[in-house]
Design a protein around this ligand. Structure first.
Ligand code: GLA
Length: 386
C-alpha cells in the first residue's frame, strides 16, 4: 500500500500536521464458508490489500473523517447518538461506539484513509476498515489494552448494530490476527485457532474477480443465517434432551430426523453447512499430508454446495468455476459471503499463465468485461505502519 497517498491527503485536508499511519487487511478463505455463524471452522488468512489510515487526535470533541477514494468528508461528535448518513462513515462511527464500550476513552481525531481491497469482491473491505480504526483507537487512546479478540468482536458488533449484516467472526478475526505466510484454522465456537504456514510448492492461490458486485448489506445473507437458526430450533424441539446451540452441534442423522419438520429450503441450507464442516476438517488433514489434490477437490465440492444448496453463487461465478475445472485447475470455488465477487483458485504453477489467459478471454467473450486477477500474498494483520 502507498503511504504517500494517505499522507499527502491527510496534510492537504487537515491542518498540515502528520499523524500515525495504520493498516488493516482484507482476507481470503481457503475453505469453510458460512460456517462461522454456525459455530464451525474457517480457514482464512489476511492479504496484502486493505485499508490504510492516517489518524491524529485533534483535541476536540469532533471526529473528522476524509475518505480519499470517495473524496468525501464527514464529521460527527464523540457523543452523537445517531450515526452519520454516509454508509462508509457508519463503520467508523460503530467502531468508536464499540471501543468506548470497551473502556477506551476515545477523543476527537482527524483521519484520512484509502483502500485497495476491491470493493464488493468478497475480500472483506468492511472488516479491514473496522480493524484499522479499532487498532488505531486502541493505540492512540487506549494504551493498547484492548485485546485482539475484543477488537475483532468490536468490528463484528459494528456490522450487526450499525450496518445491519449479521455476519460471523471470520473476516474481523482474519484482519486482526493475520500473519505473513500463514493461514489460520479457527474454531468459531471455542475461538481456539492455529496458524498454518501455507506455501504449497508448485501451486499458487489466485483470485479471479468476476466484478459482479457483492454487497451483503440488505442481501439474503441474513436470510441464510435465519434458515440455519430455524433448523437449530427444529432440532431442539425434536431432541429435547440434547442441547443444540448452532448447527455445529448437529449430526447428519439428526438433520435427517427433522427433515420433514423444516422447509425444503432450510433443510438444504443446513445440509450444506454440515457438509462444509466436514470439508474443512478433511482439508486440514490433507494439508498436513501435503495432499493438494484433495484440498482442491474439496474446494470444488464447496463451490457446488454454495451454488446448488446454499444458493449464494451467480451465473458468472459458476462460469468461472467451470472454466477452472475444464482447464485442469486443482481447486476452485466462490469465496466469501457470495452473491458476486471472486473465485479462489488453487492452480499448479505450470498451468497458471494458460488458465489466466483462458479465463480472461472466455469470460470477456461471454460477459463483455475481463475479470481481474489477484495473486494471493498472505500477509500481516492490523498494525501500525509508522
Ligand atoms: C461474509 C461474513 C463472514 C462469513 C462469510 C461466509 O464474509 O462477513 O462472517 O459468514 O461471509 O463464509
Amino acid at each position: 500500500m502507498d503511504i504517500e497517498r494517505v499522507r499527502s491527503r491527510f496534510i492537504k485536508h487537515f491542518d498540515g500536521k502528520t499523524g500515525n499511519i495504520y493498516m488493516a487487511p482484507g482476507r481470503i478463505n481457503l475453505i469453510g464458508e458460512h460456517t462461522d455463524y454456525n459455530g464451525g471452522f474457517v480457514f482464512p488468512g489476511a492479504v496484502n490489500k486493505g485499508i490504510m489510515a492516517e489518524v491524529r487526535p485533534n483535541g476536540l470533541e469532533t471526529i473528522i473523517l476524509y475518505a480519499i477514494d470517495l473524496k468525501d468528508k464527514v464529521e460527527f461528535k464523540i457523543n452523537d447518538t445517531v450515526g452519520p448518513r454516509a454508509s462508509w462513515a457508519r463503520y467508523i462511527y460503530g467502531i468508536v461506539q464499540e471501543m468506548k464500550a470497551l473502556g477506551v476513552p476515545v477523543k476527537g481525531f482527524n483521519a484520512a484513509f484509502y483502500g485497495d481491497v476491491p470493493l464488493g469482491a468478497g475480500m472483506s473491505s468492511s472488516a479491514a476498515l473496522e480493524s484499522c480504526f479499532a487498532y488505531a483507537l486502541n493505540d492512540l487512546f487506549g494504551d493498547n489494552k484492548v485485546s485482539k479478540w475484543d477488537m475483532a468482536l468490536a468490528g463484528q458488533a459494528t456490522e450487526h448494530k450499525y450496518v445491519g449484516v449479521n455476519c460471523g467472526i471470520m473476516d474481523q478475526f482474519a484482519s486482526v490476527f493475520g500473519e505473513e505466510g500463514k493461514l489460520m484454522r479457527l474454531d468459531c465456537r471455542s475461538r481456539e485457532f492455529e496458524y498454518y504456514p501455507f506455501n504449497p510448492q508448485g501451486y499458487k492461490l489466485v483470485l479471479v474477480n468476476s466484478k459482479v458486485k457483492h454487497e451483503l448489506v440488505g442481501s439474503p445473507y441474513n436470510d441464510r443465517r435465519n434458515s440455519c437458526e430455524n433448523v437449530v430450533k427444529a432440532l431442539c424441539a425434536h431432541f429435547p434432551t440434547k442441547k443444540f446451540e448452532t448447527l455445529r452441534d448437529a449430526e447428519w442423522d439428526e438433520l435427517e430426523a427433522v427433515k420433514a419438520e423444516v422447509s425444503v429450503e432450510d433443510y438444504t441450507r443446513a445440509h450444506f453447512v454440515l457438509g462444509e464442516k466436514d470439508r474443512v476438517l478433511a482439508v486440514c488433514d490433507a494439508l498436513e499430508k501435503g495432499d493438494y489434490e484433495t484440498v482442491g477437490q474439496k474446494m470444488y465440492e464447496t463451490h457446488k454446495g454454495l451454488s446448488k444448496e446454499y444458493e449464494v453463487s451467480c451465473e458468472e461465478l459458476d462460469f468461472l468455476n467451470e472454466l477452472a475445472k475444464e482447464n485442469g485447475v486443482t481447486g476452485s470455488r466462490i469465496m466469501g459471503g457470495g452473491f458476486g465477487g471472486c473465485t479462489i483458485n488453487l492452480v499448479k504453477d505450470d498451468l497458471y499463465d494458460r488458465f489466466i489467459a483462458v479465463a480472461k478471454e472466455k469470460f470477456n467473450a461471454k460477459y463483455g468485461h475481463e475479470p481481474e486477477v489477484y495473486d494471493v500474498v498472505i500477509s500481516q494483520g492490523a498494525h501500525k505502519v509508522c
